[in-house]
Ligand binder design. Structure first.
Ligand code: BG6
Ligand code: MG
Length: 233
């Protein structure tokens, strides 16, 4: 029985993934490092520090430089957040939040971002949220399951009773490792392994998600039967 939904924030409820890209791009240009949207894909759901390591791609840097650069990038990102309009919620997100609420389920936010509260402020989403786990909550970032487990504990639910909605490969991996039901948003190759995959939340209703999980259970059992039969042969 599903009792809660845990949403990732960046790229799921709002397109801050684009602002993260613009902020990294500005830093990359200043450092003379080639960077584009495709390379930014690898940074989805990844911590600020790890993102810088991906950007540097083996280029040497001192600890002090790295600290300065992540701070600078965050300054650029926060500048963009302050200009973000309050209606910058992705299509379908508000509708799904309302449906989950109406169905009596709890809602958590589990984001690697240390700017989670600021984003929730800007979007006026606090009224939908029962618990928040963010970049300050746990030591091990996604793909470790810790952030989602932290959020589930706050909501007082078991992983098998909760659905995680994610747009990042690292996030899907983390949620699966934690034993959650997983909805992946985006290209199937990015969110492979999720129990249900949609291009975005646009037009996706609670019943579509629950139905997709039921199909998943059926498909899984068929696969099991087939492989057992193959083994017998
Ligand atoms: C994740 C984003 O939600 O948060 C990543 O998908 C980002 O791109 C990470 O690096 C950390 O965010 P912040 O706001 O703490 O730099
Ligand atoms: Mg995300």
């Amino acid at each position: 029985m599903i009792k809660a939904f845990i949403f990732d924030l960046d790229g799921v409820l709002t397109d801050t993934a684009e602002y993260h890209y613009q902020a990294w791009k500005r830093l990359a240009d200043e450092l003379g490092i080639p960077f584009d949207r495709q390379r930014n894909e690898a940074m989805r759901g990844v911590s600020r520090r790890r993102s810088l390591e991906l950007l540097l791609d083996g280029r040497p840097a001192t600890e002090e430089q790295m600290e300065q650069w992540v701070e600078r990038k965050n300054g650029y990102y926060v500048e963009l957040l302050r200009q973000m309009p309050p209606d910058a919620i992705l299509p379908g997100a508000l509708e799904l939040l309302s449906e989950v609420r109406q169905a009596g389920m709890a809602i958590g936010i589990a984001s690697a971002s240390k700017n989670t509260s600021l984003v929730l402020d800007r979007l006026g989403l606090w009224g939908y949220v029962d618990a928040v786990s963010d970049g300050y909550s746990v030591a091990r970032p996604k793909p470790a399951p810790d952030l989602f487990l932290h959020c589930a504990r706050q909501l007082n639910v078991q992983p098998a009773e909760a659905v995680v909605v994610e747009d990042a490969a690292a996030g899907v991996e983390a949620a699966l490792a934690g034993g959650f039901w997983v909805v992946g948003l985006g290209p199937p190759e990015r969110v492979a392994g999720a129990h249900a995959i949609f291009p975005s939340l646009e037009g996706v209703h609670l019943r579509d998600i629950l139905q997709a999980f039921m199909t998943e259970v059926t498909v899984t059992s068929q696969v099991t039967i087939t492989s057992t039969q193959e083994q017998r042969i």
